[in-house]
Design a protein around this ligand. Structure first.
Ligand SMILES: Cc1ncc(C[n+]2csc(CCOP(=O)(O)OP(=O)(O)O)c2C)c(N)n1
Ligand code: SF4
Ligand SMILES: [Mg+2]
Length: 254
């Protein structure tokens, strides 16, 4: 697909994005727009909802459609309201790991439990990027953050397992270094009625990368790619070992 095809979805007049150089969030925007184009979504009947954080800027201000940039942690609650008010709308939530699974964790699991017809993209950079790189509920064990200078002592949520256990019909996980798979997963999530979540693993070189000495963005992408394993490979590992890897794929629960 040529760039012009997805440029049509961008809000006119934007000179540049707000993301730092090397941030993965712009790649998630690209994957989302490619999925939207492939699915031929009617932008006049699509609403994008985000909370607060760098990831919340993925849809707003970039996408030329109705966007709700809401309170921190409340994106799923607003999205649920939009869907209930007008069930004909396609409602897409795009927000960060902190926004969706820390402060907003209850909204996420209960929307999954109720099967609210939403497509949720969680941009997981394993940290609170916007506010200075604090530990999140997704930060790996032992990782360095601005609030864990000696290494994080708490194990992270597995967000795919979390929403599946709550009742999500569809969940997927891909890093931004696998844009084709990520785009395909977003398409599948859009096609499926009920609650769907795609966890998009996204580097934050400014905070997480710097604090964990991850090197250049090229090295970060290479390491992310090497860290990916399939669910079959994950089955051979202990939970602690699994949480240090990126288990990629899609999980469909009818
Ligand atoms: C009620 C409330 N608490 C805290 C904040 C401060 N705050 C803004 S964004 C953010 C974390 C964002 O992290 P995440 O959703 O992971 O997005 P990222 O910036 O990492 O992409 C926090 C704690 C806030 N805006 N409102
Ligand atoms: S602080 Fe991190 S998450 Fe935020 S824009 Fe910069 S690289 Fe991206
Ligand atoms: Mg984050």
């Amino acid at each position: 697909m040529i760039l012009d095809d997805i440029r049509q979805y961008l809000r006119p007049g934007l000179a540049q994005t707000t993301f730092c150089a090397g941030c993965g969030h712009g790649l998630i925007l690209g994957a989302l727009l490619r999925a939207i184009d492939a699915e031929k979504l009617d932008m006049s009947k699509t609403v994008f909802v985000s909370g607060i954080g760098c990831a919340a800027w993925i849809p707003s201000p970039h996408i030329d459609a109705d966007t709700l940039h809401t309170l921190h942690g409340r994106a799923v609650a607003y999205a649920t309201g939009v869907k209930l008010a007008n069930p004909e709308l396609t409602v897409i939530v795009v927000s960060g790991d902190g926004d969706l699974s820390s402060i907003g964790g209850n909204h996420l699991i209960h929307a999954a439990r109720r099967g609210v017809d939403l497509t949720v993209l969680c941009a997981n950079n394993q940290i609170y990027g916007m506010t200075g790189g604090q530990t999140a509920c997704t930060t790996p064990l032992g990782a360095f953050t601005s609030t864990a200078p000696k290494g994080n002592v708490h194990r992270p949520f597995d967000l795919v397992e979390l929403v599946r256990a709550a009742g999500s019909a569809y969940a997927a996980r891909w890093p931004v270094s696998r844009p084709i798979e990520m785009t395909r997963a977003i398409r599948h999530a859009l096609q499926r009625p009920g609650f769907s979540m795609v966890e998009c693993i996204s580097p934050c070189p400014t905070h997480y990368g710097r604090m964990n000495k991850q090197g250049s963005i090229r090295e970060i992408h290479a390491a992310m790619d090497q860290n990916c394993i399939t669910p079959d490979q994950a089955a051979e590992l202990t939970r602690a070992e699994r949480l240090q890897r990126i288990v990629v794929g899609e999980w469909i629960d009818e």
